[in-house]
Ligand binder design. Structure first.
Ligand code: GLN
Length: 535
């Protein structure tokens, strides 16, 4: 079959859930028996998402090959159940860097290097080569931002050209728009969507499918209006209304005939004539029909933007569904602990477990350390992730080992007891972009520990993103008090530590959340939640 390209654009405003829509389309195609890959285009000038504050764009997602990518790649991986790579996230920065490098090398000698054709050619080449290298029948390309943004123009132009070059039957344009509801009249308003499609047409793209985001299902009238004014067949105007779980989106789109539209329009040669969604439906059913509720605290410093910890929230859902429980989240802002707005002692009666979230820098650290002390002393099951583990180690050093002013050198470079210190491989690293210890790395587990019991394997691979490590010089001291190392890195520093005197008090240097999938939850998250059920 000739490779097919589906472009997903967005209109009216950002944050509409285009990523989930793209991932949902991917799942439907995959369940028809097709090989699918997905590319996220981010028109910002950063080369990758790694140098951005999670407050701006939400969490930085980590791929197997150590890409620091947009969180939409996480949606794709979770819905498609596959691994993607740094290449699957294309940014303006990456494209321009490459074009300018080629110009300097002399690849374009004699020519004036321009956005069209040089930049657009580079974009098209990269989209095609990702599709080819990943053996995809269908390549989904989500163009971030909103139609009309100046920075998105070269990408939309490249997409327009691809329709011309690949042919109408091999390309499809899906436009995701907001259809707001007026609170005064209760009416669904289609005008912003109409304008956004006009804008798209102005640059030469006529959408084939409209996905309308709204708080409730589109009325027949709104659907007719959208079809008429956007020049899209009535049946190809799909309603993507608010649902409890994003995992329901593929189902609601399919119920409106998505797979039929895709098969017909792209002339797809499918293995299954209808999407096979049984296991997916079972997962949703487990999410919704739980037998028990548990409340846990999430202690961090970016808690006002929940997207900062998106993969952790999703991993908790995957494991919760497997165990048929609902995990209720209590966000605990570390700086609020420091300011006395939150009393850590109150946590003890309020939650049955806690996660110490990943992070960087000194803000909120003392608040987190206070929370950790309370959690450890009261025996509440606690999971520390990356910075979470590092701070569990600092707290233990100070309050159990008596190492006054012990710290991570990330926060206190002059601490007398650097129990967490810069990775050797980081010494002399000056450039901040893409230079952390990133991606999938082996962890050697110690037989007989809880970590070994959880993974049931001597070596496991998890994804990483850090510059600091637990200082191996202190291992004996920690172990003498029961805080043992249950996993080591290849380089020999602790990857997982657990406190023997507690039901579940475990921290990991890795980020197991990035490998959790709806149908294959992370073992660490599952065991953490299981430990909450046995009290
Ligand atoms: N700031 C810590 C480090 O660089 C932890 C990073 C994280 O939590 N991802 O090692």
């Amino acid at each position: 079959m000739v490779r097919k390209y589906i472009f997903v654009t967005g209109g009216v405003l950002s944050g509409l859930g285009k990523g989930v829509t793209t991932a949902s389309i991917g799942l439907i195609l995959k369940s028809l028996g097709l090989n699918v890959t997905a590319i996220k285009i981010d028109p910002y000038v950063n080369v990758d998402a790694g140098t951005m504050n999670p407050y701006m764009h939400g969490e930085v997602y980590i791929t197997e090959d150590g890409g620091e990518v947009d969180l939409d790649i996480g949606h794709y991986e979770r819905f498609l159940g596959i691994n993607l790579y740094k290449r699957n996230n294309i940014t303006t920065g990456k494209i321009y860097l490459r074009v300018i490098e080629r110009e300097r090398r002399g690849d374009f000698l004699g020519q004036t290097v321009q956005i069209i054709p040089h930049v657009t050619d580079e974009i098209k080449e990269e989209i095609r080569s990702v599709g080819k290298d990943q053996g995809a029948d269908v390549v989904l390309v989500e163009i971030g931002g909103t139609v009309g943004d100046i920075e998105g123009l070269p990408f939309l132009e490249a997409a327009r050209q691809m329709r011309l070059e690949e042919g109408v039957n091999n390309t499809l344009f899906i436009h995701v728009v907001l259809v707001p509801k007026l609170t005064t009249t209760g009416e669904l308003k289609t005008k912003p969507a109409q304008h956004s499609v006009q804008e798209l047409r102005r640059i030469g793209i006529q959408p084939d499918v409209i996905v309308a985001r709204s708080s409730e299902p589109l009325t027949d009238e709104a659907r007719r209006k959208l079809a008429l004014f956007t020049n899209v067949p009535y049946n190809a105007v799909l309603s993507n209304y608010d649902v409890e779980y994003v995992y329901e989106v593929p189902i609601i789109l399919e119920n409106q005939g998505l797979s039929r539209i895709l098969i017909e329009r792209l002339d797809l040669k499918v293995v299954n004539s209808k999407p096979q969604l049984d296991t997916w439906l079972e997962f949703i059913n487990n999410l919704k029909h739980y037998e028990k509720e548990v409340k846990i605290a999430l202690v961090g410093k970016y808690t006002s933007l929940k997207d900062s910890y998106l993969s952790i929230i999703e991993a908790l859902k995957h494991s919760s569904a497997k165990l048929r429980v609902k995990t209720v989240l209590k966000w605990v802002e570390a700086t609020d602990i420091e300011r006395g707005i939150i009393d850590v002692n109150d946590l003890v009666n309020d939650v049955v477990g806690a996660i110490i979230l990943p992070g960087f820098g000194s803000r909120g650290v003392e608040g987190k350390l206070r929370a950790i002390k309370t959690l450890r002393e009261s025996g509440i099951p606690t999971l520390g992730i990356c910075f979470g583990l590092q701070l569990m180690v600092v707290e233990f050093a100070r309050n159990v080992l008596g190492l006054v002013n012990a710290h991570t050198t990330e926060v206190d470079p002059n601490t007398p007891h650097p129990v967490v210190d810069l990775l050797e491989s980081q010494e002399g690293v000056i450039y901040k972009g893409g230079t952390m210890r990133l991606g999938s790395r082996p962890i050697k587990l110690v037989v007989g520990t809880k970590a070994y019991e959880i993974y049931k394997s001597e070596v496991v691979y998890e994804r990483h993103r850090h510059r600091y490590q637990i200082n191996p010089k202190y291992i004996d001291l920690f172990e003498s008090e029961g805080f043992i190392v249950s996993g080591y890195s290849d380089e020999g520093f602790p990857e997982i530590m657990e406190y023997k005197n507690s039901r579940f008090y475990l921290g990991t240097q890795a980020h197991p959340e990035f490998k959790s999938r709806p149908l294959a939850p992370s073992p660490i998250f599952t065991e953490f939640i299981r430990s909450l059920l046995t009290q």
